[in-house]
Design a protein around this ligand. Structure first.
Ligand code: SAM
Length: 228
């Protein structure tokens, strides 16, 4: 089994334009301490469904992009105690918090969480047996969604699965509120993209396997599982 550090290559030369991403990173950096509450209230049901449908088994090399404060990451470490679980987030505070808490709760597990941009992942081709990405694509431009999906395709082994969680667009009132919130604070809320994602996944050469809508309180999520 390779050492954990061997799964991560050098940070790629030529950083990508930061644009809105720079503000997103700053906003989420400030929210790292309080963000777990929002995840618990609105995301935990979709996280559970994503994990249940992902096909993850103990012993895999598992990647989570945009861990936020690490609630899904800890679920992944828990089911993968003898594999390697690697996470990252653009916000250094989110990544540090996630890494710290995983090490504290699961000291014997092989975990690593660093500040990384999903648009340019520092991993070798075909490194991972499973990848997860929850509530990130809303924060990326159209080009960056395509770039990020291409990165997932590159780092996953053939036949392995990418599990995505998106904010559902199946509730008209929620959509109207989200549109206003997104205009007021685009770096935090982004905009809803869920309806376009199945098509984008297929353009990135994944095959869609599963599609589930989940609701928690009033917050809609869509869980998609795709295979390389
Ligand atoms: C809405 S939160 C979701 C957090 C977590 N995945 C969850 O399910 O609760 C979005 C996260 O994406 C991170 N993020 C935004 N742009 C990113 C990028 N280009 N690369 C990696 N992470 C990014 C933010 O810092 C934030 O922690």
């Amino acid at each position: 089994m390779p050492r954990l550090e061997e799964l991560v290559t050098q940070w790629p030369a030529g950083a990508l334009p930061m644009t809105l991403a720079e503000r997103t990173s700053r906003v989420y950096d400030h929210l790292a301490a309080v963000y777990p509450l929002s995840t618990m209230l609105f995301h935990s049901r979709a996280h559970r469904r994503a994990l249940a449908r992902s096909g993850v088994r103990d012993g895999m090399n598992v990647l989570e992009a945009a861990t936020g404060s690490g609630e899904m990451f800890r679920r992944l470490v828990k089911v993968n105690p003898s594999g390697a679980t690697i996470g990252f987030d653009l916000s250094p505070n989110m990544a540090a918090r996630t890494g710290r808490q995983a090490r504290r709760r699961f000291p014997a597990a092989r975990t690593l969480c660093q500040a990384v941009d999903a648009r340019q992942m520092p991993f070798r081709n075909e490194t991972f047996d499973a990848a997860f990405c929850c509530y990130l694509l809303e924060l990326l431009s159209g080009d960056d969604i395509a770039r990020t999906l291409a990165e997932f395709h590159r780092v996953l082994r053939p036949g392995c699965r990418l599990t995505l969680v998106l904010i559902g667009q199946n509730t008209a009132i929620f959509n109207s509120v989200y549109k206003v919130a997104g205009r007021l604070a685009p770096a935090f809320w982004g905009r809803q993209v869920e309806r376009r994602v199945p098509e984008l996944i297929e353009s990135a050469q994944f095959r869609l396997l599963e599609d589930h809508f989940v609701r928690q309180i009033y917050y809609p999520s869509r869980v998609l599982v795709a295979q390389k």
